[in-house]
Write a protein that binds this ligand. Structure first.
Ligand SMILES: Cc1cc2nc3c(=O)[nH]c(=O)nc-3n(C[C@H](O)[C@H](O)[C@H](O)COP(=O)(O)OP(=O)(O)OC[C@H]3O[C@@H](n4cnc5c(N)ncnc54)[C@H](O)[C@@H]3O)c2cc1C
Length: 301
């Protein structure tokens, strides 16, 4: 039986657990620090000091997996900064390949196989390896289920020394982390908006539909009007909401490859020939500065 090993420093791993259940074998979590893990078959805990960053445990994750992961097993990590480091360290220790864009996984004898989205979903690829592979994917929401008692990592392998580092200060920015990949409704602002202040129109519409505000890359990486975790597309986030409203978005493929799984797409653009209309279920040809306030008002009343 081929198993799944989830590398984690966080309890937001529901999507990884789902992938593991689909894979069929046992779903095991190796977790750093005091995070409570529920709803899986086995939890191995790597203790770390309170003032240490989880990355100090990177060599131990690799060693635990080297002792436990078998041929055909799948190793998953959430696409978050700390877990990316842990996943990379594990892949290096195991000499295993590391992927992004894993959509489905199914075992095939002692082969680790997976179905990957390539180029932001424009192409698909099936992979199969004789050893385990590591995949970094969206972690999803918080795991639910019965609490699982954890085992100490040192029972399973000779734990390598952790790196020596501690956090000496923390500076929090005011950016609210967006969970766009879990949002059911998204309003996406594009370069049809002339100023950062005007984005309040899109924000009001997002509130009126009880959704999240996202953007195209130029609004994040070009102008820095919005944080990087809010831009959608091939190099940003892939989303799958029930409703996606593209406002002042042209619809270049680097953007639309991130919305292939949206159920209903509404586009507002003043150019009737904008490519976004080819993918939209509903299109409004008009000025975002007129259409959006009118829509918001209609939804609020
Ligand atoms: C390697 C690479 C990776 C990339 N990755 C991404 C990615 O992940 N995500 C992403 O978004 N982009 C990405 N891009 C950029 C992408 O190619 C486009 O440049 C970008 O998506 C365009 O953003 P936009 O639609 O906001 O702007 P534009 O293409 O400039 O479109 C603005 C649209 O607004 C309309 N408009 C203007 N004024 C109004 C108004 N008043 N009312 C209504 N409509 C109006 C215009 O008609 C136009 O269609 C990438 C590019 C490269 C090269």
């Amino acid at each position: 039986m081929t198993d799944t090993w989830i590398i984690s420093a966080n309890k937001n791993i529901a999507a990884l657990v789902d992938l593991g259940r689909e894979y069929g074998g046992k779903v095991n979590v190796i977790v750093a620090g005091d995070v409570d893990i529920a709803g899986v078959d086995r939890v191995i805990r790597i203790p770390i000091e309170k003032d240490a960053p989880v990355e100090v445990a990177a060599p131990v994750f690799g060693n635990v997996l080297a002792g436990l992961a078998n041929r055909g097993d799948m190793i998953l990590a959430a696409n978050r900064p700390a877990e990316r480091v842990l996943a990379a360290a594990a892949a290096a220790r195991l000499g295993a390949p590391i992927f992004t864009g894993l959509r489905h996984a199914q075992p095939d004898g002692d082969l680790a196989t997976g179905h990957l989205a390539r180029f932001g979903g424009i192409a698909d690829q099936d992979v199969a390896f004789r050893g385990p592979y590591v995949a970094v994917v969206d972690g999803g929401g918080e795991i639910e289920g019965e609490a699982v008692e954890s085992e100490d990592a040192s029972h399973n392998t000779a734990a390598a020394d952790t790196y020596s580092a501690r956090i000496v200060s923390e500076e929090k920015d005011n950016v609210q982390s967006a969970q766009l990949n879990q949002a059911q409704r998204i309003v996406c602002a594009g370069r049809g908006f002339n100023n950062k202040e005007d984005l309040s129109l899109a924000e009001d519409l997002a509130k009126a539909v009880d959704g999240e505000l996202g953007c195209t890359r130029p609004l994040s990486e070009g102008t820095s009007w919005m944080s990087r975790d809010r831009y959608i597309g091939i190099s940003g986030v892939s989303v799958s909401p029930d409703l996606y409203i593209a406002a002042g978005v042209s619809g270049q493929i680097q953007h639309t490859s991130g919305i292939n799984d949206a159920k209903v797409i509404v586009a507002i653009n003043n150019d009737p020939d904008a490519p976004i209309f080819e993918q939209a279920d509903y299109g409004i040809v008009g000025d975002v500065y007129q259409i959006i306030p009118a829509l918001t008002q209609a939804l609020q009343s």
